[in-house]
Write a protein that binds this ligand. Sequence first.
Ligand code: SF4
Length: 759
Amino acid sequence: MSFMSSNERIVKSICWWCKPKCFVNVHVTEDGRLVKVEEPPVKGCPRWRMAKEWFYHPMRLRHPLKRVGERGEDKWKEISWSKALDEVAAKIKEIKEEYGPESIAVSHGTCRSYEEFRYRFLNLLGSPNQIGQSHICHGNSATIALAVLGWFPWWYPGDTLKFSKCIMLVGRNPPPSHQTIWAAIREAKKNGAKLIVIDPRRSESASAADLWLQIRPSTDAAVLLSIINVIIEEELYDKEFITKWCYGFDKLAERVKEYTPEKISEIAWVSSEKIVEAARMFATNKPACVLEGMGVAHQHNAHAAIHARYILTAITGNIDVRGGDELLGPNLKLITEHEMEMPNVLLKEQRLKQIGSDRFKLESWPGYEIIQSAVERVWGKRGDLQAYTSLAQAPLLFRAIITGKPYPVKALITLSSNPMITMPNVKLVYKALKNLELYVVVDYFKTPSSLLADYVFPAASWLERATLYNFRTNSPDIKAAPAALPSVKQDEYDRRTDYEFWRELAVRLGQEEYWPWKTIEEVYDYRLKPMGFSSFKEFLEKTGGLYVAPREYKKYEKIGFGTPTGKVELYSTVMEKLGYDPLPSYEESPESLYSNPELAKEYPYILITGGRFLPYFHSEHRQIKRLRKIYPWPRVEVNPDTAKKIGIAEGDWIWIETLQGRIMQKCRLFDGIHSQVIHAQHGWWYPELPGEEPYLHGVWISNVNVLTNDDPDKCDKVLGSWPLRGFLCKIYKVRDDEWNPEKHPLPPPEEFRKLFNLD
Ligand code: SF4
């Protein structure tokens, strides 16, 4: 039972700390102070409990900051929003005039804010250069789905999953990453569904699976193609659906002939019997669906694995059925997030300048243009999905900042992102950020990235801003909530929503006519009008913040698929047109035990990373004492046999080293991982350590992206995404006479630099 004092009110809000976007009740005093957040209906998340500590944290940014020392000295002065924006706008104008609008770039995080306004701002400015996590998040999957299915399957709320009779998780572990999906999987299992997990680790999901395929990292494409081979050989496919609705089945059948379970068993270190069993289980329990995760998105051959995964659901007749890969389409009345992006104002000549799009063509403007014309044929203008499909390639953009090639990139705005932690090859990112003429960060807290900025703006959080979310246009459903707390409180803080940030900057740069709405609520009024709501307020009153559109399945029977052929493209004409192999195939990672045996002599283990773990969300929340008590230090999983061989024990700090550098994490002995595989955690930095160089809040100590390699030759050749798994590494114990994060005091700067090989 909860007690509420008489001067409190409860606001139904939407938590944005991770993907489920749960409705939560926020208790607020009459004078706008946070009392508490109530537990969301879905269990298993520890984050909501720390809302108050997070909101009132002493390190939370309160006012805009302007750098007064050298970059990295952590010396700042407070400045007003209007003065800071005036100065930033003036600098952008100067850079634009001298180098062109393409010299101004934006980097974003993972689904953390009003993404549509970043695009709107950049499109109107004339820059095609937005980089971000989409390349290593669901952006990869969405892009391939748009190319081969004409829409992106709906997996968000779990309301379809509970009807599945077979669920295959590939490189995905929902218990720590997406609790609503895990709840639905559990419900489906109670109803008799089978669970197949393909993962190198015995994750929570793998432990609960009916069948676990413990594969060698980055061999997912080979295993999926082998499963398809079995389904075709044994004629377990849906003949009617394939005949009427699939393009290129014969060519696919020819391609997968070489992927026999016996052959793939050797490549992927999993038994042929398990591959056959997975194929039979998946094809004979319908409806069935596949949920691929970042374990797939983070590979050098991600496009092939993702394409194979869509082929699997297509040839078994699981497209746009309840419990399968539902293709909901957009909300045809709401003005979607995508329309707000205004992709059409970016001129062709500017699109052509997008960095990386001449080489990685699918998830950038060339791919977008082919995909969109097909998608729009079925869904109309509302079916446009720029946000997933038109990105510059981050590793090449950082190189352009350093080298000025193919042209100078001089300014970067980072919003809800922390590239010094979340981008690969951090030493290169560091060099790039220091080379900028203008670096602006908008965030909740000071981060290692913000320490290199010229201006840092304090962002309003989900507690302080109104939300109208239609799942990046992916669904006709809508979730909405008002701001629970004020973002500006006299003498305490002056934080603004992302919308205010972009609008205020845009107005200063002459875009005023395209930003007629002064507040985000006015934007929502405008977007909801075609749905028959007079205002955002009325929408909230009438729907309680949740609009669920009626479901209709097998819509393709009336409208076809939004692909160039109007069918599911097993053989992708989009990829063919872009000059890529239209069918998926397996390619060995360029840095593996087999492709690089010489290197493997010195670096004998396979490093994987990026697996989610509670209570943190990627690089966030390390400031929160309550969470650090639960999970104080990073942990690297090592098989006990391996640990014994090397002479390390549970809890030891160990060095993990690749060709890129070395970091330290604490050893966790785990027999659910192969003896040649090492699993390091991502997202680690230490906000409690000093901000000034060389410490930068501990960015060099345990941050796995010090180890990752962003060499464009090692990136996915179609998508441009960079691999975060499958590198070769070695591990060894941190000596007793060496420093580790549990030891005090911190080494002096020169010693620290030496320890972490900082030149
Ligand atoms: S952190 Fe994620 S799971 Fe937890 S309440 Fe927020 S959205 Fe839901």
